[in-house]
Design a binder for this molecule. Structure first.
Ligand SMILES: [Zn+2]
Length: 312
């Protein structure tokens, strides 16, 4: 019986009976599902202002990491999340600001004591990336197994390539659903929804305004959405030689903060969290400006994401 059905079932039973029947603690006793932003800047360029895309959802002591931008393992350490609690890794799409530390996260978690299964989920070529990562680092991994008595790493990792939207998996803790979002030319690109007993959380990934994401986020408690400030994009691309092409790319596959508010309003979410900021570190764009843009069309709560901020 899956979690949500079980709750419905328990609602019709007396509390004492329910407690006796329950093989695991009830939702309120299990601890709140937590969401911590690990990296909130858009783009792979290392910055002092913020890290690249990553967030962690904590459900019953297990860590579900969504995206693995540069520094994700260290950001988990700063957030106080033991790397040995890593259980699931989700990649929204194959862009380096979301994938650069995918292999490093598992490898470094293993050095930090990971001894349990980790499932990884995301678009192709996830299987090849994983296999080649372990092959590339076989010298270190083999040495630590022989010299430090660690268990083999590769058998712990179970890779699932996703090519279509729909149910990703469900267990007694959470149901995870994916939607195809609009991030050309990167196909497929996914947004993910996590339905836990006490909370529903949606991570948009990178996308232009997307009907598919609105459907995925319908009625969710929290929507973490990609956010662009169009007036800042010219200043951002002015730093690079491929400015015109980069601007066209950015404008075509991200969502302005104002449109993120439209999406949140259409989906009827309670809280909109702006993240994956483009530009990621322009001091001329203040938090109040991001907020005002998102609030133009959204009447719920808006939060300007920050690295290591927990969304309550
Ligand atoms: Zn992207």
């Amino acid at each position: 019986m899956i979690h949500l059905h079980r709750r419905d079932f328990l609602a019709g039973v007396g509390q004492a009976v329910a407690a006796a029947l329950a093989p695991w603690p009830l939702a309120g006793e299990r601890g709140k599902t937590r969401l911590i932003l690990l990296g909130t800047g858009g783009g792979p360029r290392p910055r002092t202002a913020n890290s690249a895309s990553a967030q962690v959802i904590l459900i019953d002591g297990a860590a579900y990491v969504v995206d693995c931008g540069d520094g994700v393992a260290r950001q988990l350490a700063f957030a106080g999340i033991p790397l040995s609690t890593l259980r699931h890794v989700f990649l929204t799409h194959q862009h380096s600001d979301h994938t650069a530390d995918y292999g490093n996260l598992m490898w470094l978690a293993w050095t930090a004591g990971l001894r349990t299964r980790v499932d990884t989920w995301g678009p192709p070529p996830l299987e090849k990336m994983t296999r080649l990562f372990f092959e590339m680092n076989a010298a270190d991994i083999g040495t630590r197994i022989a010299d430090e008595g660690r268990i083999p790493l590769a058998p712990l990792i179970h890779v699932h390539e996703l090519t279509a939207p729909g149910l990703v998996f469900q267990d007694e803790h959470v149901k995870v659903t994916a939607a195809l979002v609009r991030h050309p030319p990167v196909v497929p690109a996914f947004g993910y929804r996590f339905d836990a007993a006490d909370r529903s959380i949606v991570i948009s990934g990178d996308t232009a305004p997307s009907e598919e994401l609105i459907a995925l986020a319908r009625g969710a408690d929290v929507l973490v959405h990609d956010a662009m400030f169009p007036a800042g994009v010219d200043r951002l691309v002015a730093k690079v030689p491929n400015a015109a092409t980069l601007k066209r790319s950015i404008m075509s596959h991200h969502t302005s903060a104002e449109d993120a508010g439209r999406v949140a309003q259409a989906a009827g979410v309670k809280t909109l969290v702006l993240s994956h900021f483009v530009p990621p570190d322009d001091p001329a764009i203040t938090d109040d400006m991001w907020l005002a843009a998102a609030r133009t069309h959204f009447r719920g709560t808006v939060i300007v994401g920050k690295d290591l901020l927990e969304i309550e």
